[in-house]
Write a protein that binds this ligand. Structure first.
Ligand code: ATP
Length: 299
């Protein structure tokens, strides 16, 4: 059976005078990883809590497939979620934590060991959670989410506390979930950290939707940039200025903004300028993200 999509419609949460989530609508498709992005305090966790029936919305609703999360017969088998890495009983071992949770989602004790292995934590099965690092707690949270092998996976800032190797591992895992056809929603306040693993992006700020699209569409808005090395850097800079491309020099070369490698190479060839390096630089997607999430008053 295909995994159900997640749909959020007009979701709103008012905490006293603060509208933490404001008329938010978006959907998350199966077979892809969706990055749920926004700066600290944007309302991501509150939204995820509403999707999971942990916080009741002031207005609007969210659906997992054809009904709200809480109206599924066994919601924990449909959606696996890891919200806060710190909410484990510190005196319990990792394995004991999973064994307490297992009956709620109807899985065996053997499955607990299996998921611990899947998240690379078999060595810490008998260690008390109080002794776990933040990264280990993240992995245990993920193991909990995966217990019932759910078709929908929701993770709140899953790379927090992971070392670089852990981040690469997490990326691979998210990719695999998507390839298996699951619906995967992952929050982060850093686009940089998730851009290698997400297919779609939903960007919020101040509780409001600012952008939703495939990542590629957001990328295509970024200005191209090209790095050049040449024995005649001054001539390249002059050529760039003629064409209206901005440049920045560093110790070894020149960064040309707003031009592709083909454009810079073509122009240099035309002017008879020898080039030793001509490299496309990653589009500055982070700059677009900052622009999208700037406070309303500053826009
Ligand atoms: N229970 C609550 N009572 C009052 N205000 C709250 C409550 N929970 C969250 N908030 C406020 O709502 C806003 C959104 O918080 P939320 O945790 O959803 O943001 P976030 O995008 O997840 O941020 P972070 O990345 O920092 O976790 C913040 O201003 C926060 O202080």
């Amino acid at each position: 059976m295909p995994a159900p999509p997640l749909v959020v419609e007009g979701l709103t949460k008012q905490f006293g005078p603060l509208r933490a989530v404001d008329d938010l609508s978006f959907s998350v498709r199966p077979g892809a990883v969706t990055g749920f992005l926004g700066p600290n305090g944007a309302g991501k966790t509150t939204t995820l809590r509403m999707i999971l029936g942990l916080t009741s919305p002031t207005a609007g609703h969210s659906l997992v497939g054809d009904r709200p999360y809480v109206e599924h017969d066994r919601p924990g088998r449909v959606v696996g979620a890891a919200l806060e890495a710190s909410s484990f009983h510190p005196g319990r071992t990792g394995l004991a934590h999973l064994e307490v949770y297992a009956p709620q989602v109807g899985v065996s004790r053997a499955r607990c060991r299996e998921v611990l292995e899947q998240v690379g934590m078999e060595h810490a099965a008998k260690v008390r959670v109080g002794k776990y690092s933040l990264g280990m707690r993240q992995r245990l949270g993920l193991a909990t989410a995966l217990l019932a092998d759910p078709p929908v996976i929701v993770l709140d800032e899953p790379t927090n506390g992971l070392d670089p190797e852990g981040i690469v591992w997490m990326r691979g895992l998210l990719r695999r979930f998507a390839e298996e056809g699951r619906t995967v929603l992952v929050s982060s306040h850093l686009l940089r950290e998730v851009q290698a693993s997400v297919d779609d992006v939903v960007v919020i700020a101040q509780g409001r939707l600012r952008h939703a699209s495939p990542l590629a569409e957001l990328r295509s808005r970024a200005q191209p940039a090209t790095y050049v090395e040449s024995p005649r850097l001054d001539a390249v800079a002059a050529l760039a200025a003629e064409r209206g491309w901005r440049t920045a020099t560093d110790a070894t070369g020149l960064q040309v903004e707003g031009a592709t490698a083909a454009e810079v190479g073509g122009a240099a060839y035309g002017a008879g300028i020898e080039l030793h390096q001509l490299v496309t630089r990653d589009a500055d997607i982070e700059a677009i993200f900052f622009e999208l999430t700037r406070p309303e008053e500053e826009r």
